[in-house]
Ligand binder design. Structure first.
Ligand SMILES: Nc1ncnc2c1ncn2[C@@H]1O[C@H](COP(=O)(O)OP(=O)(O)OP(=O)(O)O)[C@@H](O)[C@H]1O
Ligand SMILES: [Mg+2]
Length: 364
């Protein structure tokens, strides 16, 4: 499996565009790579792969092809998707697209919560637009289950740090309270409002002013990150959904207010939310008198390949040519933090993913 280019970089490592070889054919895939020490048993990417495996029935989750582990690294090979919502920072999405985004992500979150998992890190960088494939229309997917954990554990609380990413985390998380599905819904509401407005009171379109805030806090308090987190949390609290959605269809603000009212053990009324979004989408189309004609302007490139997850039974094993390891001294690298667990009844065996052998040499 030769590498071709970097699709993204995250705290776990890099995500590469790769070609999978199978029976003389080549298929596009994304390879997520993370460093892991040899003695670690419960590793980050294995955790992610198990969650992906449990969610393969949902079309808003990337297809999982394979999981592999070598001496210092582990890998997930999955469906290669298009850009994330964070990669087009200047774009404000038309309301009709944001309704579609909302409906698709509600489906994804319902599926995730249904298997007893809190995604925990619903951010624009973790929402990808997948171009259409044979028989599968263009769709949004949610990726990155690196912070996901069991709802049962998150509802018990006890974690004293912010869970997720500063700009998209729930108010409850800023307050170090126990979290439930409302944490993910609140993140979704912030994203929808952000792509509609192009900004949020605590999140400008570019991060320059956050950088300035960081520097000034560093100079005055010496605890920059903590106090920025507190400031962002207090700003979020001061803005209701109703205030944030002024001038927009009110359902987007209502989703935020609803999510914030949910307790850690409350199950969201997904059907009610879906109906409300569908109803308000129809109303807004009538008002605009300009229904969307040709789907999203992004991702016009269609991939005309079958999804290998559907048709492949095994993966060809390329030669092992481990060429460049990035070595470090952190003995715990790749170890899951204690609070990142899976529900008791979960399948802890990767039985629907191939055992991946990775040739890490660069493609010519
Ligand atoms: N299947 C995919 N197809 C295309 N691009 C992807 C795919 N998976 C991830 N990416 C890109 O790589 C980036 C990092 O991936 P991901 O969020 O899974 O990594 P992470 O190390 O867990 O990141 P984080 O810093 O958010 O914790 C994503 O924001 C996205 O741009
Ligand atoms: Mg991510």
């Amino acid at each position: 499996m030769p590498r071709r280019g970097r699709l993204g970089t995250g705290s776990m490592g890099d995500v590469w565009a790769v070609k999978l070889h199978y029976e003389g054919s080549m298929f596009d895939a994304a390879l997520k790579e993370s460093r892991v020490c040899g003695h670690v048993v419960n590793t980050n990417l294995k955790h992610e792969a198990l969650i992906l495996q449990a969610l393969q029935h949902n079309r808003h989750i990337p297809r999982l092809y394979a999981y592999g582990r070598q001496k210092h690294f582990e890998y997930i090979a999955m469906e290669q998707c298009g850009p994330s919502l964070a990669q087009d920072k200047s774009r404000i999405m038309p309301v009709s697209e944001v309704f579609e985004l909302a409906l698709q992500l509600l489906d994804a979150l319902e599926a995730i919560h249904h298997v007893g998992i809190l995604h925990a890190d619903v951010t624009p960088g973790n929402i990808l637009l997948c171009p259409a494939k044979l028989g599968v229309p263009q769709r949004f997917v949610i990726c990155d289950f690196s912070l996901s954990r069991s709802l049962a554990t998150s509802a018990r609380g006890g974690v004293n740090h912010l869970i997720g990413s500063m700009h998209w985390a729930s108010v409850r998380s800023h307050q170090h309270q126990a979290l439930g599905p409302g944490h993910d819904l609140e993140g979704l509401a912030y994203i929808l409002l952000y792509v509609l407005k192009g900004w949020l009171p605590w999140k400008p379109i570019d991060d320059a002013s956050v950088g300035e805030l960081f520097t000034s806090e560093w100079a005055t308090s010496g605890k920059p990150l903590q106090s920025i987190r507190e400031k962002i949390g207090r700003t979020k609290e001061a803005w209701s959904g109703e205030m944030l959605s002024s001038g927009l269809p009110p359902v987007f603000g209502d989703l935020l207010d609803y999510a914030r009212r949910l307790g850690p053990n409350d199950v969201p009324a997904y059907d009610m939310l879906r109906q409300r979004f569908q109803h308000d989408r129809t109303e807004s189309q009538i008002e605009e008198d300009n229904p969307p004609t040709s789907g999203f302007p992004w991702g016009s490139k269609n991939i005309t390949q079958d999804d290998p997850f559907i048709t492949w039974e095994q993966i060809e094993v390329p030669s092992d040519s481990l060429t460049h390891f990035r070595l470090g001294n952190d003995w715990w690298q790749g170890e899951l933090p204690a609070e990142i667990d899976l529900p008791n009844a979960f399948n802890y065996v990767l039985d629907s993913a191939w055992n991946l052998h990775v040739d890490v040499s660069w493609a010519a």
